[in-house]
Design a binder for this molecule. Structure first.
Ligand SMILES: *[C@@H]1O[C@H](CO)[C@@H](O)[C@H](O)[C@H]1NC(C)=O
Ligand SMILES: *[C@@H]1O[C@H](CO)[C@@H](O)[C@H](O)[C@H]1NC(C)=O
Length: 114
């Protein structure tokens, strides 16, 4: 009986632990200056830094990378990196541990580039 109770307790702790690991991320197709303009939703990521922020920049005629828009979603294989596709640059950031953490990264970067 004692062993059974211990197992039950252990199971409950495991459940709480895994729930604490899950992070709710903001989903948005077009996020600008801290607001979602298109496709606002949310998703949940359980493993790794799965809340993703992708900042899209376009190389302007004046020779600067200009922020175009930000996309927010979940990705279990999120990699922080800069990708270049001709005159398009996509800066990816990943986070976890705080619900909607990916929205703050979108905000900070927007501030820096406006
Ligand atoms: C996530 O989105 C659903 C609808 O898609 C909504 O009902 C729910 O309240 C949202 N969750 C949070 C934590 O905002
Ligand atoms: C730039 O943002 C607009 C929406 O504001 C979008 O329609 C367009 O596809 C974006 N361009 C690129 C290259 O992502």
């Amino acid at each position: 009986m004692g062993k059974f109770m211990l197992l039950l307790l252990l199971g409950a702790f495991t459940l709480v632990f895994f729930q604490a690991q899950a992070t709710v991320c903001m989903v948005c197709k077009s996020f600008k200056r801290g607001h979602c303009l298109v496709g606002k939703s949310n998703c949940t990521t359980k493993y790794g830094p799965g809340c993703r922020t992708r900042n899209f920049f376009i190389f302007s005629k004046t020779g600067r990378w200009v922020h175009n828009h930000t996309e927010l979603d979940c990705s279990n294989a999120c990699l922080a990196e800069n990708m270049y596709y001709g005159s398009l640059k996509i800066s990816t950031f990943c986070c976890k541990g705080e619900d909607f953490c990916n929205r703050y990264i979108g905000q900070v970067v927007n501030k820096d580039f406006h």
